[in-house]
Design a protein around this ligand. Structure first.
Ligand code: CMC
Length: 426
């Protein structure tokens, strides 16, 4: 085993070095504090490996993303979202009987408890669907309190799409549409979103394929903010539903999954302003403007985000298959071209990320803007579940509890305040 030598205050310490299956090197500092009394300082965790995981591999320099060893490009081309769910959670692509059994279970568990429908009535019509989704997912633990993780995983995967579609129906004042057992996972979601009691809704092959593609591209992304949240909350022993609900809240932020809604709002703002895309690129470069190019930049990808490459290509195909034109696609392409040839973005290695083009596809499919982050959450669900399960099954898991470097006041005496107060009153 190789080691790293740390020289601290004139004394040398040997620390073990771990190597991942793709050659990633990590200095194991689990004994650091016991040996030296020191902790590491890494705000934002940019250099911290919080766990060993066998689920997803990313090489941010080369733009590589693989789920369980399979390149994202291949999965995007030929897998379904349900197959990817199985792959992430169970570690291998399903055989035909395994897939049939998995689909059957997902179909059987897609209804939510009838009493849960009353919750939707309590939300104001203007409620953001992410607020409803996170609350409803946490509430599942009240209805399904059994500690049967395998069953709860199926329940969560299956019911989340029903909850998501119901939250949309609630927001537009239409009656809920129940799932149909003859439809696939993705078809069922679109059916519950867009069918009305008077008439059904036919999910075209182009829409079904686009939805599968989008969900697959979002399915996992190793230790990002929401996944780390799921692991953090789960490490205390919190149940699956509570842990995933916390992840949904983390995803909602505009720097994470909430960016997909913000991208479309930014593109609309550019078009409506009548100003050039270049003006907005210039504004994004000024730190005090409070404006960023949403859908640009990534903590890990420093060359290109392979998901964005796939989505950019798909945007043209999906729009033409659906017979739609979207002027925002033109604005997005223009913005990308200007930013990619600008030294500010080149020097900082800022490229379009998954959120830059996904909204164009969601719009073409008829998904409203405030549902975009919910779509991200539905896609990320199998990744969160797989990561939660990996953590729970690992007997080395400890409660997540980072340290800090305290920079506040040294010890003070309350009596000094009392004296000062007495002086003021006198
Ligand atoms: N527009 C303008 N400048 C940017 C942008 C941007 N979108 N992103 C980063 N920068 C600048 C940043 O100001 C900093 O400049 P300087 O070195 O002069 O201080 C430099 O680039 C490095 O950025 P950072 O903020 O230190 O990088 P980070 O790794 O902490 O943050 C990020 C990554 C994704 C939060 C950030 O790039 C960002 O805010 N992007 C816009 C929001 C977005 O699209 N989020 C979706 C991320 S992908 C989907 C997901 O996984 O959630």
């Amino acid at each position: 085993m190789s080691t790293a030598t740390l020289l601290l205050k004139g004394k040398e310490y040997e620390l073990p070095v771990m190597e991942g299956s793709e050659g990633e090197t990590a200095i194991d500092i689990t004994s650091l504090r016991a040996k030296t009394g020191a902790v590491t300082f890494d705000p934002g965790y940019g250099n911290t490996g919080s766990c060993a995981s066998a689920i997803t591999f990313i090489d941010g320099e080369k733009g590589i993303l693989r789920y369980r060893g399979y390149p994202i490009e291949e999965l995007a081309k030929s897998a379904t979202f349900v197959e990817v769910c199985y792959l992430l959670i169970h570690g291998n692509m399903p055989s035909i009987p395994e897939l049939d059994a998995f689909n059957e279970k997902l179909t059987r568990h897609s209804l939510i408890h009838e009493d849960m429908k009353k919750f939707f009535e309590g939300f104001p019509p203007s409620a953001h669907p992410m607020a409803i989704l996170s609350a409803m997912i946490a509430s599942l633990s009240a209805y399904y309190p059994e500690n049967d993780n395998e069953l709860n995983i199926i329940r969560l995967l299956s019911k989340a799409k029903t909850i998501a579609a119901f939250s949309y129906k609630k927001s537009i004042g239409q009656p809920f549409i129940y799932p149909r057992n003859d439809l696939s996972y993705t078809q069922n979601f679109m059916h519950m979103m867009f069918a009305v009691p008077a008439e059904g809704y036919k999910v075209t092959a182009a829409i079904d394929r686009a939805l599968n593609l989008l969900l697959i591209l979002h399915a996992d992304h190793e230790q990002n903010c929401s996944t780390s949240t799921v692991r953090m909350v789960g490490s205390s022993g919190a149940n699956l539903f509570a842990s995933i609900s916390a992840g949904i809240c983390a995803l909602w932020g505009p720097l994470h999954g909430g960016a997909n809604q913000q991208v479309i709002e930014m593109l609309q703002q550019i078009r409506e302003s009548g100003q050039s895309a270049k003006t907005f690129v210039e504004r994004a470069k000024q730190k005090d403007s409070g404006f960023k190019l949403m859908g640009f930049g990534h903590r890990v990808y420093k060359n290109f985000d392979p998901r964005a490459t796939i989505l950019k290509r798909a945007a043209d195909d999906v729009l033409s298959a659906l017979g739609k034109r979207d002027p925002l696609l033109q604005t997005a392409t223009e913005l990308e071209q200007i930013a990619l040839s600008d030294p500010y973005f080149i020097e900082r290695k800022l490229y379009p990320n998954v959120d830059f083009y996904s909204g164009i596809l969601y719009r073409a499919m008829g998904i409203p803007t405030n549902m975009f982050t919910v779509m991200f959450a539905l896609g990320r669900l199998p990744g969160w579940i797989a990561q939660w399960k990996e953590m729970v099954d690992d007997d080395k898991t400890r409660i997540n509890r980072p340290r800090q470097v305290y920079v506040g006041s040294k010890v003070r005496e309350l009596s000094e305040v009392d004296e000062a107060l007495a002086l003021t009153i006198a």
